[in-house]
Design a protein around this ligand. Structure first.
Ligand SMILES: *[C@@H]1O[C@H](CO)[C@@H](O)[C@H](O)[C@H]1NC(C)=O
Ligand SMILES: *[C@@H]1O[C@H](CO)[C@@H](O)[C@H](O)[C@H]1NC(C)=O
Ligand SMILES: *[C@@H]1O[C@H](CO)[C@@H](O)[C@H](O)[C@H]1NC(C)=O
Length: 542
């Protein structure tokens, strides 16, 4: 009879220790100090103001191992409040560290905040970027690579080396981040970008040995446009997408939408010369292109010939068909040594459904973006803190409907109410003529269906309930829908947003409150002792 009690005690003690030591004292700690300043760079050939981290543009590459604890002191030397978010880091039980305005107060100028989080059970290619104002248009973004622990086997041979490529559209000096912000605040939409950069440059070079195989970690860190990525005369074998190991198909080119990451292997199996690497905009009338060089170390021949061609710029069907080939490898490990397919997501009963339809309304003569009629505005008190301190009036749980309704578009603070352990279905209904990209913080979700026109309950019969890809950001094609399933096992306040930063800024975002009425450290860590307070949380005692 004593056993259950003992077990209970052990669990309680473990839970206690896990909060004291963040998660697991055995997992290594990595310490960083990052100072954020303005600087000048000329990525498009003319000097412009950018945002640097420790003097670097883009910011430093953060390279850690699964389960590492990251203690990162962020020192803000800009003249504006600043915050970083960790794109795709699940922040298990720890939405306190998510670094968006619904969870954290921004770090005031000439001040600092120390993030404490763990790369818990994650593996793969991720990014970080500023979540405040239009800072992302000026830099301070970077790569966040999580390598597997030595005890974990990965479903491909260890590559001979790896390259990280942050690809993204870019604005010239005329569209400084403050100018962009003023423009959006004044009710105008984002302008068309002026170029595409790879790692903050227009023409970088990547060098490797003939006969060897290299990993390329590619993330679209841009603002507005999907990109097609390709390498002249070389196939890319897809191995990982946002933390999932996939069926390893070979591709001539890959569409990477805003906020997404893919990891491929490229064998340098061609004659010794230099080859073009191309990232070009998709679904745009004018095509912007970045060209980099893949250099064989024994090459004496410069790049030549026409640039490798991708799909027709406006060919949406091509992109959709490619997306359908991205499948979970059901027998591969993920961060833990169990096959991904041992989790039968297709057999779990859906307990919560949201259908989120976008619209592009004009409210008070200003161009806005809305979800089910509500155009999100950030309250001055982060939702997470309002929830914790029971501050009334910051948000309500009936601010947005679960399905599109006929409400006239208005400003609001949209929070979708859910319970811990709900199994949630979200359908993104895109009535518009441009592609959307949606990101959910705190989770990976299964992208179970893409369909044309209007989603109906009958659309569920088309879902892939076997081997859909689990990822953190999905595209939604024009005049189409995308459906995702997600197991809400991570308590907290989580941002669900357009990964197209201008749309997000103009209201295309909501928060998902994953709630349990019983406070338990087993479900959620306590408020950090160094929490920054702002808005109506000022003066409260954590
Ligand atoms: C700011 O940095 C100092 C160390 O220099 C640290 O002790 C302090 O906790 C940091 N402030 C916050 C709010 O994290
Ligand atoms: C899936 O993963 C297994 C296990 O690591 C690997 O052997 C296999 O080649 C992979 N299958 C495909 C189709 O990529
Ligand atoms: C989307 O378009 C359909 C078909 O035209 C229409 O019935 C529906 O009301 C639209 N939804 C929104 C949110 O605009």
């Amino acid at each position: 009879m004593g056993k259950p009690v003992t077990l209970y005690l052990v669990c309680a003690i473990l839970a206690f220790w896990s909060t004291v030591y963040l998660v697991n004292a055995d997992d290594p700690y990595r310490y960083y100090t990052w100072t954020v300043t303005y600087g000048t760079r000329s990525p498009l050939g003319f000097p412009q103001e950018v945002i640097l981290i420790n003097g670097e543009f883009p910011g430093p590459k953060l390279e850690v191992v699964t389960n590492d604890n990251i203690i990162l002191n962020l020192i803000n030397q800009l003249n504006q409040p600043f915050l970083l978010t960790w794109n795709g880091i699940n922040q298990r039980k720890n939405s306190w560290q998510d670094g968006v305005l619904g969870t954290n107060c921004p770090v005031p100028p000439n001040s600092n905040y120390t993030y404490k989080f763990q790369a818990k059970d994650q593996i793969g290619t991720y990014t970080y970027f500023p979540s405040t104002l239009m800072h992302r248009a000026a830099g301070a973004f970077g790569a966040l690579n999580i390598l597997q622990r030595s005890v974990i086997s990965i479903p491909y041979p260890e590559p001979d080396g790896d390259f990280t490529l942050l690809i993204g559209d870019w604005y010239k000096y005329k569209y400084n981040h403050k100018v962009l912000q003023q423009r959006l605040d004044a009710g105008k939409d984002m302008p068309f970008p002026n170029g595409v950069l790879i790692n903050g440059e227009a023409h970088p070079s990547f060098s490797g040995d003939q006969g060897k195989t290299y990993m390329f970690r590619i993330s679209n860190i841009g603002f507005k446009t999907s990109l097609n990525f390709r390498i002249q005369n070389h196939k890319m074998k897809l191995v990982e997408v946002e933390g999932s190991h996939v069926i390893q198909n070979a591709y001539d080119s890959l569409d990477v939408h805003m906020g997404q990451s893919v990891t491929v292997l490229v064998t340098f199996n061609q004659p010794a010369k230099d080859y073009y690497i191309v990232a070009s905009t998709r679904f745009t009338k004018e095509v912007l292109t970045a060209t980099a060089v893949l250099h064989y170390t024994n090459s004496k021949t410069a790049v030549s010939g026409p640039l490798p061609t991708g799909p027709e710029p406006e060919d949406v069907a091509w992109s959709l068909n490619q997306a359908k080939t991205f499948r979970w490898n059901l027998t591969a490990n993920a961060a833990r040594p169990n096959p991904q397919g041992s989790y039968h997501y297709g057999t779990i009963k859906i307990t919560k459904t949201f259908v989120l339809a976008n619209s592009v309304p004009v409210i008070n003569r200003k161009q806005r973006y809305a979800v089910n009629g509500v155009s999100y505005v950030n309250p001055s008190t982060p939702l997470k803190l309002a929830d914790y301190f029971n501050i009334p009036g910051v948000f309500s749980l009936d601010s947005i409907t679960s399905y599109p309704s006929g409400v006239s578009p208005h400003y609001g603070v949209s929070v979708l109410p859910t319970s811990l352990h709900d199994f949630m279905e979200v359908v993104y209904q895109n009535n518009g003529t441009s592609l959307q990209t949606w990101h959910l913080d705190g989770y990976n979700f299964w992208v179970v269906g893409y369909g044309a026109g209007q989603w109906t309950q009958a659309s569920r019969t088309t879902y892939n309930l076997e081997d859909a890809l689990a990822r953190h950001t999905t595209q939604v094609y024009p005049e189409s829908w995308t459906a995702i399933l997600v197991s809400l096992d991570n308590q907290g306040m989580w941002n669900l947003r357009s990964a197209e930063w201008g749309k997000q800024y103009l209201g295309q975002q909501v928060y998902v409150r994953v709630y349990d009425p019983i406070k338990s450290l087993a479900n959620e860590y306590d408020i950090p002792t160094n929490v920054l307070l702002c808005g109506e949380a000022v003066g409260k005692h954590p």
